[in-house]
Design a protein around this ligand. Sequence first.
Ligand code: ADP
Ligand code: MG
Length: 236
Amino acid sequence: MRIIAFVTQKGGSGKSTLASCVAVAAHQAGERVFVIDMDNLGSLVKWSKARKAKDIPVEAVPAGKLRQVLAALEKQGFTLVVIDTPGAEEGAVTAAARNADLCIVPARPNAFDLWGSEKTRAAIRALGRDYAFLLNQCPPAQQSARVEMGAAALEAMGGLLTPLVSARVDYQEAARLGRGVTECAPHGVAAEEMRALWASIKRRLNRGAAKKAPAKAATRTAAKPAGKTGAKARAA
Ligand SMILES: Nc1ncnc2c1ncn2[C@@H]1O[C@H](COP(=O)(O)OP(=O)(O)O)[C@@H](O)[C@H]1O
Ligand SMILES: [Mg+2]
C-alpha cells in the first residue's frame, strides 16, 4: 500500500481539488483507493457525500489516529491512500507527512505560493520525507513567463511533477459533483492532465520503493561516488 499526502501551508493552492481528481484517476487505473480527509473543513468528506457512490471511501481522520487507520487499511487490501491536509494545522500536516511515501506540494505560479512552498519544503525535509512539487492553476497557454519562472523555481527546490496542471472550469465542476475530471469530461484536457499526473506519481512512488528496497544493491554501489542530488536528479 502506498500513501501520498497533498500538503502545503498555503490555502487555496489546490490540495483538495487535486487529491480528489488523482484519487479518481488512480481508481480508474485499477488501484484500490482510500481517501483520508485531515482538514476540519471536510472538503473531501463533502465531496464524497456529493459523489454518493461508495467506490472510493473517504474518512475524516484526526492526527492521533492516522497510524492506526493506515495499518487497518493495509490489512483490508487498499493499494493507495490519498491524504488531504489542512493549510495551517501543524499536527495534521506533520502526521500526514510523516506517514506518506510521497508528499505532493501544489503551488500556483505566483510569488506567495512559491514562498509558501519553501516553508513547506523545509518542514517536510526536517521530517526526512520524500516530496515533489506540482504547479497548479497555470493559465491554459502554459508558456507564459510567470509559469516558466514558477516551474524553474520549484524544479530548483527539489523536483516538479509533470504535467503542469492548468486552470480549468472542469476541475471546479467535477468537485461540485463529487467526481474527478476524468469522469466528468474524460476526453478533455484536464482529464488528460490527471491521468498523466497519476502516471507520474506512480513512477515516482516506484522509484522511491526501489531506492528503499534493495539493501544489497545499496551496499554493492556504496563504493561509487555519490550521484547528483540536485534538481535534475530528483525531478519526476
Ligand atoms: N486546476 C484548477 N483549475 C481551476 N480551479 C481550480 C484548480 N485547482 C483548484 N481550483 C480552485 O481553487 C480553489 C482552491 O482549491 P482547493 O482544492 O480548495 O485548495 P486547498 O485545498 O489547497 O485549499 C477552489 O475553488 C478550486 O475549485
Ligand atoms: Mg482543501
